[in-house]
Ligand binder design. Structure first.
Ligand SMILES: Cc1ncc(COP(=O)(O)O)c(C=O)c1O
Length: 438
C-alpha cells in the first residue's frame, strides 16, 4: 500500500480550504503515543488529540487488538430488532460514567448524529407527554453542535450556517459568554458572566410552553474554548428546571476525561437531562457517538408508546460491533490508567504553560480548563483568521499540531501527555506566535 497520494484532486476535504491545502498539503502517515509522523518523516507533537478525540494517546495496542479480534468474531450485526452483547455492555458502561439517573443510552456514530438524536428524543418526549406543541429549541451563539440540520440550527457559528438556508424553523440562541473586557486571562472558570444565563429567562418567557429543550456545550470547544463563568451552568440548569424544559449538554469534546472527570456534568456538579457524546468514547479509532438520558425521558417515550417500535430513529451502524469493541477497550484504558485523575494532575502544568504565553506580542487572551485551553490573538491587518492560520502552519512546520479557529489557537492534548511534552508544545506555539507577530 503506497503512502504517497499522487492525485489530490478527487477528495473534497471537510472543513478545509481545499485549494490552499492541495497547493501545500500537510499529510500525516503514522501516529503513536502523543506524536504524529508526517509524510516527509517528521515527528510532530499532537497538541490537539487529533480533533479533540484521541484522549488516551495514539496506537493503543489494547484498542487495536480488540477491533481486530471483533472483526473476525462478529464483524457486523444489525441493531434493528436484533442485538449483540457488546452494544448492551457499552450502554451500561456509559450509563455508569454519566451522572446518577442518566441510565439509558442510545448509540450513534458521531457527534452530529448524537445531537440530532437528542433533539429528536426531546420532540418525542414532549409528544408522549401530550405537549407536542413544544418544538422550539434554544441553543447559544458560538455553539457547535455538528453539521446535521438539527445541530447546525441550534449551533451558533455563522459560517457553518450561511451557505445553507434550510434550518429548523423554531430556534433561538442565548448570547455566548465570551467577555474579554472582564475575563481576559482567566485561569479556569472566569469570575464574571453568570448573568449571561439570565437571557434564558427572557427566551423562556417569550416562547413559553413551546420550548422543548435548551442545548449548550458546558465548555464551548470548537469556537475557541469558552469556559463557563462561575455560576453560569448552575443558573441555566435552575431556569430549565423551573420552566420544566429539557437541558441537553453537548459533551462531544468535554466527555471522557478532557476536564478531569468522565463528563463536564460531573466536574461542574450540574446534571442535565441528556448528554451527547462521541470522540473520546472510542479514542477516535472507530466512529461512535452516544446519547445518555435520564431514565424518565426514556420511560416516557418507550413505556408510554403503544406496542411496537417506540422511537422511529436509528442508524445502520448504531452499536456497530467494531465500534463497541473499540469503546470497551478505550473505557478500560481510562479506568485502568486513571486518565481522569491524570488529566486533573496535569491541569495546573497545562495552565501554567499556556499562561506563560500571555505576554507574547498580539496575545489578547489565554484561557483554560481541564486539558483544554486557548490562546487568542489579535487579528492582523490581513483580516480575521489570517494570523491564526499562519501560526497554525508554523506550528505544524516546527513540530506541533494545534487547532485553529479564526485567530484562536486551541490546545487539547492527549491526556497521556507528560508535563515536559506540554511545555514543548507551548514552546513551539510561543515561537510561532512571536514569528507571526509582525
Ligand atoms: C460539541 C460538539 N458537538 C458535536 C460535534 C460534531 O461531532 P462530529 O464531527 O463527530 O459529527 C462536535 C465536533 O467537534 C462538537 O465539538
Amino acid at each position: 500500500m503506497s503512502q504517497l497520494a499522487n492525485d489530490l484532486s478527487s477528495y473534497w476535504m471537510p472543513f478545509t480550504s481545499n485549494r490552499a491545502f492541495k497547493a501545500d498539503p500537510r499529510m500525516l502517515v503514522a501516529a503513536d503515543g502523543v506524536h504524529y509522523t508526517t509524510q516527509d518523516g517528521r515527528r510532530i507533537l499532537d497538541g490537539a488529540a487529533g480533533l479533540w478525540c484521541v484522549n488516551a494517546g495514539h496506537a493503543r495496542r489494547e484498542i487495536a487488538d480488540a477491533i481486530a479480534a471483533q472483526a473476525m468474531a462478529l464483524d457486523y450485526a444489525p441493531n434493528f430488532q436484533m442485538g449483540h452483547p457488546l452494544a448492551f455492555e457499552v450502554a451500561s458502561r456509559v450509563a455508569r460514567l454519566a451522572p446518577e439517573g442518566m441510565s439509558s443510552v442510545f448509540l450513534t456514530n458521531s457527534g452530529s448524529e448524537s445531537v440530532d438524536t437528542a433533539l429528536k428524543m426531546a420532540l418525542a418526549y414532549w409528544r408522549a407527554k401530550g405537549e407536542g406543541q413544544r418544538t422550539h429549541f434554544i441553543g447559544r451563539e458560538r455553539g457547535y453542535h455538528g453539521v446535521g440540520f438539527g445541530g447546525m440550527s441550534v449551533g451558533g457559528i455563522g459560517n457553518n450556517r450561511k451557505q445553507f438556508a434550510a434550518l429548523l424553523p423554531a430556534v433561538s440562541h442565548l448570547p455566548h459568554t465570551h467577555d474579554l473586557a472582564h475575563n481576559a486571562f482567566s485561569r479556569g472558570q472566569p469570575a464574571h458572566g453568570a448573568a449571561f444565563a439570565n437571557e434564558l429567562e427572557r427566551l423562556l418567557a417569550l416562547h413559553g410552553d413551546r420550548v422543548a429543550a435548551v442545548i449548550i456545550e458546558p465548555v464551548a470547544g470548537s469556537t475557541g474554548v469558552l469556559v463557563p463563568p462561575v455560576g453560569y451552568l448552575e443558573r441555566i440548569a435552575e431556569l430549565c428546571r423551573k420552566a420544566g424544559v429539557l437541558l441537553i449538554f453537548d459533551e462531544v469534546i468535554t466527555g471522557f476525561g478532557r476536564l478531569g472527570a468522565s463528563f463536564a456534568a460531573r466536574r461542574f456538579g450540574v446534571t442535565p437531562d441528556m448528554i451527547t457524546m462521541a470522540k473520546g468514547l472510542t479514542n477516535g479509532t472507530i466512529p461512535m457517538g452516544a446519547v445518555a438520558v435520564r431514565q424518565e425521558v426514556h420511560d416516557t417515550v418507550v413505556n408510554g408508546a403503544a406496542a411496537g417500535i417506540e422511537f422511529f430513529h436509528g442508524y445502520t451502524y448504531s452499536g456497530h460491533p467494531l465500534a463497541c469493541a473499540a469503546a470497551l477497550a478505550s473505557l478500560d484504558i481510562h479506568e485502568n490508567q486513571a486518565l481522569n485523575q491524570r488529566s486533573r494532575d496535569l491541569e495546573s502544568a497545562f495552565e501554567d504553560a499556556l499562561h506563560g504565553l500571555a505576554r507574547l506580542p498580539g496575545v489578547i487572551d489565554v484561557r483554560n480548563i481541564g486539558l483544554m485551553g486557548a490562546v487568542e490573538l489579535k487579528p492582523s491587518a490581513s483580516g480575521i483568521g489570517a494570523r491564526g492560520m499562519k501560526v497554525f502552519h508554523r506550528c505544524f512546520d516546527t513540530g506541533a499540531l494545534v487547532r485553529v479557529t479564526g485567530d484562536i489557537i486551541a490546545l487539547s492534548p492527549p491526556l497521556t501527555i507528560t508535563e515536559d511534552e506540554i511545555r514543548q508544545v507551548a514552546d513551539v506555539l510561543a515561537a510561532a506566535i512571536s514569528a507571526e507577530a509582525a
